[in-house]
Design a protein around this ligand. Structure first.
Ligand code: PEP
Ligand code: MG
Length: 951
């Protein structure tokens, strides 16, 4: 990293004017080996574009992007001009800092300088400095402020012990740019100081770049050295920067509010308690910085100029970082913002409507520099397009999102937000607290009974019935009364008792009981909400649009499709597991819509267009009527598709494809057939394993597989052997924590480590088949060795349990399998392409990544190339190929998959009839032409446009 040191300083320079000064700077940079002589042209060209005067007697001459090839290595030199040089009108320079930068390494240097710029008489001090040491000291002398901002606060961190919590705190400091990598190790060596009330303190000056304080709390209460551990402060300390904070913290502890910090649910709450700067509640807008070399002086200057044009306060911050004035060049530089980082602007309400879009547009356009539009990436386009708008969407605004499950949905928003509980720890009187608790329990009981009576779905009734049972548990009430008798408030006693009970459940090592722990906490929160006077946000009575940051698969699975008209999320992508569940439930879902959706409030009305990937905020009557018509058109198309669901799917020119169902639940086989499936193309057996507290034995598995065969009435069943590990752990099969679970022990890799488990599954399958058509495929096969090991196991078992109609194949979801398809095709009976994982591994984008997964588009030409390769290799050996990833259900992908020669499509049951109908509208020869063209395109967006226009 660039630092300012005495070796870089040249004292007592004299220059008659700026041109001579620039010559001296260029010469110095050349002599020190940083640049070629031609760099002077760059310095001059840069000054011609705008002065590099920074303020306080300092200029930072540097080159332009065109002269970057003259930079030999990144470095700086400092030239003192005691007599001053006129850099521009009213711009007297005493110190010129010549910068040769290959990329954005000099941003840190600018951060140091901008701290110094806060000093009032810096120019004079620089002029008078009589040694290199003195000069460097002047630049470093300004006191550094302690960083304390929401980005350094981590509440409810997953930590099992003190060391893990230390690591989490150190990680926040490292991410915030306060410390280097080794800081966690440094802290582990330091003796922790108990502050009382469950709070602990650690600090060190080693590996510190900038003083900062992190505060972390564990998800569940821990103990350290025999004392409670509710929260930990990790201080990256330098000088006296933390003095004021420490004094403030002492006050908090003396006032007895320490425990509230440990129990805080909200980062702003912690900030306020510690005297950190809370963010004003102003409208915001976000935009990603696209400038290749970050927010360096020139773009920062432009930004400050633009901000100054508005008559009101504007602040800007990096994600979760402190907000600084957008009108101050030095403050902007002090952000040290790099390419790709998200800037968030906050503007006073009076100017926000005008200022925010202008600032966002200016940043998106590069602030005077040519930028590679980040928005060229389709996923980012969706997010950026939303982020570029005001924090609250405008009435009637149409916004983009990624389609996770098709269909139209309209209705009121339901945006559940985690409540913030604020309660006294000590109670009033024993009697009053007991009564308060009883009132809250009665209220919740009544609510639950009402919910049970209203819910039509059995699964949902069952969840609330369990909650009711838990609420009646006398042990909970007894424990809470004991706490109250010891002086606790009703809320504090109840919260503690519930958490302890949940911890106990979770520690029993049983998956089902662990789930109950989540239910217990859920119930505990309901009661706490009553005690804190927060009540429950009522779910709208009519079907609603669920709006959340992100929904997990289990959240979606619990939804009642009759109640939830649609789902809209800020994050996520089309192949995320939650999207798969939404599609299986047939709930229209849009994901990856960006942070703007988090501004929606319960009761707002929205329209989801899951055909075109758009949503509309507060749609007017005309838009709603149009959507209604589109929905009716789609409904009538679906109706005719349903009428023909048992017909084979044949293109107009007679080419036949099989359309099968993806199943997670054995009981769904009958429904699949009823809705037109010609077989099961993917039975995800992991759900059977997940539904049991221990690995299901041979008899249980056989019964389940039999149920599927029976439901299929002779149609073929393609079963995927157990695909767990990585992102899909089994509670009873512990796997050591992995840094990259998607690249770790997953699928067949894991099963081959426990062959007895795989063998039981294979036996159960062969026995259940009873000479019905069984196809077995292995997940995550990367090459021939894994395939052969798995195949040999089946062949050995088949000698024992004979079966006529058996085919063995692999899922093609690791790029190496597609690349080795020629070799594999000689040995397998079939391939089934898992485009979800194939896309993830081909594009190196985590399919569940909160931001990037929106870009994991299986229509990327690189993924299409792998599909093409696989199909060609298979057909050359007379083998068949299916696609069982989510791409098979994507209306735009279907013509391409037909054109690439795929023989079978397997998808979630609700889409089967529609995909069959779509195939009947296609012409094979045209699809082949379309596929050839798609293979030659540059990105997924271009492929989508091609199909939209010509498919
Ligand atoms: C796939 O990866 O495309 C696939 C079908 O498997 P899963 O989504 O279950 O990982
Ligand atoms: Mg997969």
């Amino acid at each position: 990293m660039l630092e300012l040191t005495v070796r870089q300083v040249r004292m007592g320079q004299v220059a008659a004017d700026k041109a001579s000064a620039l010559r001296l700077v260029a010469q110095a940079l050349h002599e020190d080996g940083w640049v070629s002589p031609g760099y002077l042209d760059g310095l001059q060209a840069r000054e011609a574009q705008g002065s590099t005067f920074l303020g306080q007697g300092i200029a930072i001459p540097h080159g332009t992007p065109q002269t970057r090839d003259q930079v030999l290595s990144t470095g700086v030199c400092l030239l003192q001009f005691p007599e001053g040089v006129e850099w521009g009108p009213d711009q007297q320079v005493y110190l010129a800092i010549g910068i040769a930068a290959e990329s954005d390494e000099h941003l840190h240097l600018l951060q140091i300088l901008t701290r110094a710029l806060g000093e009032t008489d810096l120019a004079e001090a620089l002029r008078q400095a009589d040694s290199a040491e003195a000069l460097v000291q002047v630049l470093h002398a300004s006191p550094e402020a302690l960083r304390l901002d929401p980005g350094l606060i981590g509440l409810g961190e997953a930590a099992e012990d003190f060391d893990e919590l230390v690591w989490r705190g150190a990680r926040l400091l490292r991410r915030g740019g306060c410390v280097d990598n080794g800081f966690a190790a440094v802290l582990q060596q330091v003796e922790a100081l108990p502050l009382g009330e469950g709070l602990w303190w650690l600090h060190s000056e080693q590996q510190v770049r900038q003083p900062g304080l992190a505060f972390v709390t564990p998800a569940r209460p821990l103990r350290h050295l025999g004392q409670p551990l509710l929260g930990l402060f990790c201080l990256a300390s330098r000088g006296e920067a933390h003095r004021a904070l420490l004094e403030r913290l002492c006050e908090v502890l003396i006032a007895g509010h320490g425990q509230a910090l440990g129990l805080a649910q909200d980062r702003q709450q912690v900030m306020q308690a510690l005297g950190g700067e809370a963010l004003p509640d102003w409208p915001t807008a976000q935009v990603r910085l696209a400038n290749a070399h970050g927010l360096h002086a020139r773009p920062a200057q432009q930004l400050a100029q633009l901000a100054k044009g508005f008559d009101g306060e504007i602040r800007v911050r990096l994600e979760d970082g402190p907000a600084v004035s957008a009108k101050s060049l030095s403050k902007l530089l002090s952000l040290g913002a790099r390419a790709g980082q998200m800037l968030e602007f906050l503007a006073e309400p009076g100017i926000a409507a005008e200022a925010l879009p202008a600032l966002v547009a200016a940043v998106a356009q590069g602030l005077g520099e040519a930028v590679e539009a980040l928005a060229a990436l389709p996923g980012v386009l969706a997010v950026a397009a939303c982020a570029a708008s005001l924090s609250a969407p405008q009435v009637g605004q149409v916004l983009p999102a990624i389609v996770a499950a098709p269909g139209f949905a309209m209705g009121p928003v339901y945006a559940p937000r985690p409540p913030i509980f604020d309660f006294p720890l000590r109670g009033a009187s024993d009697l009053e607290e007991r009564q308060a608790l009883q009132r809250a329990l009665d209220q919740v009981r009544g609510d639950l009974q009402g919910l049970i009576a209203r819910s039509e779905a059995e699964a949902i009734r069952a969840i609330f019935a369990t909650h009711l049972e838990m609420l009646e548990d006398p042990a909970l009430l007894e424990e809470a009364h004991r706490g109250i008798a010891q002086g606790q408030s009703a809320a504090a006693a109840w919260g503690e008792v519930v958490e302890a009970a949940a911890l106990h459940q979770a520690s029993l090592g049983d998956a089902l009981l662990a789930e109950r722990a989540a239910d217990l906490r859920d119930l505990g929160r309901r009661v706490l909400a009553e005690l804190c006077g927060l009540g429950q946000t009522a779910e709208p009575e009519q079907p609603y649009i669920l709006v959340m940051d992100e929904v997990g698969p289990s959240d979606v699975a619990r939804l009642d499709p009759r109640r939830v008209a649609g789902i809209l999320t800020a994050r996520g992508g089309a192949t995320a597991h939650s999207a798969i569940v939404a599609r299986a439930l047939g709930i229209p879902a849009l994901v990856g819509a960006g942070p703007l959706v988090l501004q929606l409030n319960t009761g707002d009305s929205v329209l989801l267009d899951g055909q075109r990937g758009r949503w509309v905020f507060q749609p007017d009557a005309q838009t709603l009527a149009q959507a209604e018509r589109a929905r009716e058109r789609r409904a009538s198309l679906l109706q005719s598709a349903m009428a023909q669901r048992f017909e084979p799917a044949r293109t107009l020119d007679g080419h036949r494809l099989e359309v099968c169902a993806n199943l997670g639940d054995s009981a769904d086989a009958v429904r699949a057939v009823e809705l037109g499936a010609e077989g099961v193309g993917l039975l995800r057996t992991e759900f059977l394993f997940m539904a049991h507290a221990q690995a299901p034995d041979l008899a249980i598995q056989e019964a389940h597989y039999r149920q599927v065969f029976d439901g299929l009435q002779g149609r073929p069943l393609v079963v995927r052997t157990l695909d767990v590990g990585g992102d899909k752990p089994l509670p009873y099969w512990p796997i050591p924590v992995e840094a990259n679970p998607y690249l770790g022990l997953r699928g067949i890799r894991l099963c081959l480590q426990r062959p007895e488990l795989l063998e039981t599954q294979l036996r159960a399958l062969l026995r259940a088949a009873d000479n019905r058509p069984l196809r077995i495929m292995f997940p995550m096969v990367g090459g021939l060795d894994e395939w052969r090991q798995a195949r040999d196991m089946v062949l050995r078992l088949r000698a024992e349990i004979p079966l006529q109609d058996l085919q063995l194949g692999i899922m093609v979801e690791v790029p190496s399998a597609a690349l080795l398809a020629h070799q594999l095709a000689r040995e397998v009976d079939f391939f089934s392409i898992g485009t979800n994982d194939l896309t993830q591994y081909c594009l190196a984008i985590d399919r569940d990544h909160p931001i990037l997964s929106a870009q994991a588009d299986g229509l990327h030409p690189a993924v299409l190339q792998l599909i093409d390769m696989t199909v060609r290799a298979a057909h050359a050996q007379g083998k068949w190929v299916g696609v069982c990833g989510e791409l098979a259900a994507d209306p735009l992908a279907v013509p391409l998959l037909v054109g690439l020669g795929v023989d079978e499509l397997s998808l979630a049951i609700p889409g089967i009839a529609e995909v069959k109908a779509r195939i009947r509208t296609l012409n094979l020869a045209a699809c082949q032409g379309l596929a050839r063209r798609a293979l030659g395109l540059e990105n997924a967006a271009a492929v989508r446009t091609l199909v939209e226009e010509q498919g």
